[in-house]
Design a protein around this ligand. Structure first.
Ligand SMILES: [Zn+2]
Length: 316
């Protein structure tokens, strides 16, 4: 009991102290129109830097919570849509592979799927009034959102309105957890959006904010399984690599050179440098002749083109 009390007191002090941390990339709202994408950027920066709490017992101690790290970001426009993490390893046959992990960065992702229109402002105003009314002000946000939708007869469209939390998504690769409840208004989709800013997964969410949304893109973008074929590109000089098999990445120009050497003499058969190759085995043969990860350097688990200074980006 005393332990709980001490933790609670300490958490409050920590939260107050952490709240004093300045927001380096704060958006100047006076300069930005009330509706449109630029305003979405402002609102998302506000949410991502909102103090969602600090607990002595959470995992944020050593590196800070997401909202604290976000306060250190100076230029939000520099954040790429995805970050590739890759570690190089050699298997028992001495072949090189990469362990590849893609993270969708929450800021550019949300900016790409959200909007603010006139109705968004109207709905926000109505919700604010509703949420702080005598009946609602002591409710949890989830209950208040539910009651607001019922009261205004707002429905989900082709499926009932429901709350989705990306924590449970099988292929969730967003850099922060989202929770959202969708609804339709005047034939457009909207969401109540909450972003997890750190602390325990059960708490630590921002207050809900309403946005107009491209709902399918939001749902699909939250839960993506990496497809079979993709490539990497150097944003500095444009050099490209193709992935021929999971974790096997080759210089595209070398692969193309090899493909040009393929001579086809029937629908199913090719020759490559004098050897007969079945159509389906072309990539397998190519892999034997190319060096996996040629000219790629891994620095702090991020892939770089040797000699260039910006990490490689995902190329669809
Ligand atoms: Zn380069």
């Amino acid at each position: 009991m005393l332990g709980t009390l001490l933790v609670a007191m300490s958490d409050n002090l920590e939260t107050i102290r952490a709240n004093g941390q300045p927001i380096l990339g704060k958006c100047d709202k006076k300069e930005v129109p009330l509706i449109g994408r630029e305003r979405v950027k402002c609102d998302i920066i506000d949410m991502l830097t909102e103090n969602t709490g600090v607990s002595m017992l959470d995992s944020g101690g050593a590196y800070g919570r997401a909202w604290q790290r976000n306060r250190e970001i100076e230029n939000w426009n520099n954040i790429p849509m995805e970050t590739i993490r890759a570690d190089k390893y050699t298997d028992c046959n001495e072949n090189t592979h990469f362990d590849i992990d893609i993270t969708y960065n929450i800021y550019p992702f949300l900016v790409s799927v959200l909007n603010i229109d006139k109705d968004t402002l109207k709905l926000r105003e109505q919700f604010k009034e509703f949420a702080f009314s005598e009946d609602e002000k002591d409710n949890y946000w989830s209950k208040t959102i539910d009651n607001f939708l019922k009261e205004n007869n707002l429905k989900g469209g082709y499926e009932p309105s429901f709350t989705h939390n990306t924590y449970g998504d099988e292929y969730n690769c967003l850099s922060q957890i989202l929770q959202f409840t969708h609804f339709m208004y005047e034939d457009e989709f909207y969401v109540f959006l909450q972003i997890h800013g750190g602390c325990d997964i059960r708490g630590g969410y921002t207050d809900p904010v309403i946005f107009q949304v491209h709902y399918e893109d939001l749902i699909c973008g939250c839960d993506v399984e990496r497809g079979y074929s993709f490539g990497w590109e150097c944003p500095e000089c444009g050099e490209r690599w193709v992935e021929l098999d999971y974790g096997e990445v080759y210089l595209e120009k070398k692969y193309d050179q090899l493909e040009n050497k393929l001579k086809s003499f029937s629908e199913e058969q090719r020759t490559l440098e004098g050897n007969k190759v079945i159509k389906q085995d072309v990539d397998k043969e190519a892999r034997k002749k190319l060096e996996c990860g040629e000219d790629i350097e891994i620095i702090n688990s991020q892939p770089y083109h040797k000699g260039c200074k910006t990490p490689l980006i995902w190329d669809y």
